[in-house]
Design a binder for this molecule. Structure first.
Ligand SMILES: *[C@@H]1O[C@H](CO)[C@@H](O)[C@H](O)[C@H]1NC(C)=O
Ligand SMILES: *[C@@H]1O[C@H](CO)[C@@H](O)[C@H](O)[C@H]1NC(C)=O
Ligand SMILES: *[C@@H]1O[C@H](CO)[C@@H](O)[C@H](O)[C@H]1NC(C)=O
Ligand SMILES: *[C@@H]1O[C@H](CO)[C@@H](O)[C@H](O)[C@H]1NC(C)=O
Ligand SMILES: *[C@@H]1O[C@H](CO)[C@@H](O)[C@H](O)[C@H]1NC(C)=O
Ligand SMILES: *[C@@H]1O[C@H](CO)[C@@H](O)[C@H](O)[C@H]1NC(C)=O
Length: 552
């Protein structure tokens, strides 16, 4: 059993040995004995999710390496807790409390003198581990995902979060975008076979939008049968101009190909696509896939508004490009060096947000410990008190700036972009601006949309079918109706006269043999009026029916 559950502590024993040697040879060491701190990281291994310790691990290692030289007064050691037989987030969540508590009591964690802090990646288990952290008064940081319960400080007194994902705002991201543009009718299309985060967005948005925004929700399964994009776009055209498409880049491509063929990519229609962050595993949204449709798709991408939930670019992280490149090369070196991460050939593209967030968590911990050590009342074993020292603060770490709110939750940074036709790339025009839990957008620059600086309205001025009553050119329509009326009258007259002629002729001939051109005035008047009034009534009815066909 135990051989499956491994505890790993890179460098820990070597470091302790060195410290002992140092202290034995120098009396100075005794006066400046460093604070020993143990950091524990329970987590899922493998590649079934992005929030695994094998994907974020080098973030911890590179940070620890840096801290060792930066803070000689704190001695960090680090332990991973995992069970390689556990295949996915769900199973790990079921086992996480057992794994952590077994280790904790084996360490005498409840009685020992060394402070133990938990810094985890977190997939489905953050709230479960939080229960133990709260009970043990253990300081706790999540770096890849969190939970709303972090806002309840009676249940989460020791928890802070450096995770970048806007978990709590999945619905607001899009709802606020609709409100900003006064879009009141939106198509929301979800591919159930794409990454799981789209389903969370779909659900969160649905809970939020009514009554201000009316949505048509459509779900499909691209793996099972796909969606008839042509039919979708046809119905879309009758009810909206804005579509949120929650599917992969390749599905968006199929949608845009159909839209281009139908003439729905000329600036009147908006297609909103979204990614958690640019990451190969989650699909890269680019017009260029080197096939015969590239140019069509490139032109169609001008109709796409692109939402990036986690801005992992240097500017989004608030670091320079050189700083991020330096970190990336260190993380890559760690992947290559350590077989534990299972990614020595870097085939699994390193996930920047997770690595940056892990790095930042460790640096923040060191910074706050270092500050607190000057305080004589500071008890490093009191997780509650330690957590309070992080609230409502902004930290500048080597992997970016991290602002925590009054709950210790990180403020995410969502960006929205338009497509620049010249560069063939997206450009950010608004960013999220979250104050006290209220999600808003702030402008970065004006949007560029088909040479204009406004996104189209949700309903064209003349209605979805272009047939709004007030939009029909007034005189034109009347002339047309008039012509129709006159035409009908003329035809009626001719037909009427012919019939009348025949009738009179037959009567005249039948009657007293008088010449047929001797007209009977009374007869003529009666017949003509009947035919006339019939035609007039019909055309009136048509006129009445026409306006009522315009959709409300
Ligand atoms: C590891 O996980 C497997 C599968 O869930 C389980 O059978 C096994 O007991 C676990 N090992 C330990 C040491 O908990
Ligand atoms: C949305 O409507 C408000 C109020 O009618 C208006 O002030 C604002 O300019 C509109 N915004 C857009 C983007 O059309
Ligand atoms: C640690 O704290 C001391 C005292 O406040 C400060 O002088 C020092 O710069 C800090 N170390 C780092 C690496 O920030
Ligand atoms: C597109 O990119 C080019 C080159 O960087 C730039 O000059 C231009 O202003 C951009 N256009 C828009 C609309 O952002
Ligand atoms: C964010 O919004 C606040 C007001 O809600 C505003 O004062 C601040 O300037 C905004 N920040 C940015 C970066 O636009
Ligand atoms: C947009 O502007 C460019 C350059 O000014 C021009 O070549 C292009 O035809 C314009 N496109 C549209 C749709 O107006």
């Amino acid at each position: 059993m135990i051989h499956e559950l491994r505890f790993m502590s890179p460098g820990y024993h070597i470091f302790k040995g060195l410290m002992w040697l140092c202290c034995a040879t120098s009396i100075l060491c005794l006066t400046a004995k460093p604070l020993d701190v143990l950091v524990v990281t329970p987590g899922l291994t493998g590649f079934s999710a992005t929030a695994t310790i094998t994907r974020a691990g080098p973030g911890f290692e590179v940070a620890l390496h840096r801290l060792k030289t930066a803070y000689t007064n704190i001695a960090f050691s680090h332990v991973y807790l995992y069970n390689r037989s556990i295949p996915d987030c769900g199973t790990f969540a079921n086992n996480a409390q057992y794994i952590l508590s077994q280790w904790f009591y084996e360490q005498d964690g409840d009685r020992g003198t060394m402070p133990i802090y938990m810094v985890t990646t977190g997939c489905f288990e953050p709230a479960l581990l939080n229960q133990l952290a709260a009970a043990w008064n253990m300081f706790y940081i999540t770096v890849c995902s969190s939970d709303e319960v972090i806002r309840d400080k009676s249940k989460s007194p020791t928890w802070i979060n450096t995770n970048f994902f806007p978990t709590i705002f999945f619905g607001d991201i899009f709802y606020r975008l609709f409100l900003m543009q006064n879009w009141t009718s939106v198509y929301v299309v979800l591919d159930l076979d794409s990454i799981p985060i789209y389903q969370l967005v779909f659900g969160a948005l649905d809970k939020l939008v009514r009554p201000k925004v009316r949505t048509v929700n459509i779900q499909y399964s691209s793996r099972k049968e796909g969606l008839d994009f042509h039919a979708l776009l046809k119905s879309f055209a009758t009810q909206s101009r804005v579509m949120l498409f929650l599917g992969s880049a390749s599905q968006l491509r199929l949608l845009l190909l159909s839209a281009a063929a139908r003439g729905q990519t000329t600036g009147e229609y908006v297609f909103i696509a979204a990614v958690p962050f640019p990451y190969k595993v989650q699909g890269i949204f680019t017009w260029q896939t080197f096939d015969q449709n590239d140019e069509i798709i490139r032109a169609a991408y001008r109709s796409v508004i692109f939402v990036t939930m986690v801005d992992a670019s240097p500017s989004g992280l608030h670091v320079t490009e050189a700083q991020l490149d330096d970190l990336k090369s260190k993380w890559n070196a760690e992947f290559k060096r350590n077989p534990f991460y299972g990614n020595q050939d870097l085939r699994d593209e390193p996930s920047i947000p997770h690595l940056a967030s892990a790095n930042a968590a460790m640096e923040m911990l060191a910074q706050v410990l270092n500050e607190s050590m000057t305080d004589p009342d500071f008890d490093p074993r009191n997780g509650r008190a330690l957590a309070r020292r992080f609230l409502s603060r902004t930290f500048d770490t080597s992997s970016g700036r991290i602002s925590l709110d009054q709950f210790g939750d990180r403020t995410p940074s969502v960006s929205v972009s338009y497509f620049n036709d010249t560069t063939g790339d997206f450009e950010v025009y608004i960013r999220s601006n979250i104050t006290k839990g209220d999600y808003r957008y702030s402008a970065v620059k004006p949007v560029s949309w088909f040479n204009g600086s406004h996104l189209p309205p949700n309903e064209p001025m003349c209605g979805y079918m272009g047939d709004k009553l007030e939009c029909r050119p007034r005189t034109g329509i009347q002339t047309r109706e008039l012509f129709a009326g006159v035409g009908v009258a003329v035809v009626a007259l001719i037909v009427g006269s012919i019939c009348l002629g025949c009738l009179i002729r037959s009567r005249v001939l039948k009657d007293n043999g008088a010449p047929w051109w001797t007209l009977n005035g009374g007869l003529l008047e009666a017949s003509a009026r009947r035919i006339f009034s019939l035609k007039f009534c019909q055309s009136l009815k048509q006129l009445q029916r026409y306006p009522s066909q315009a959709p409300d």
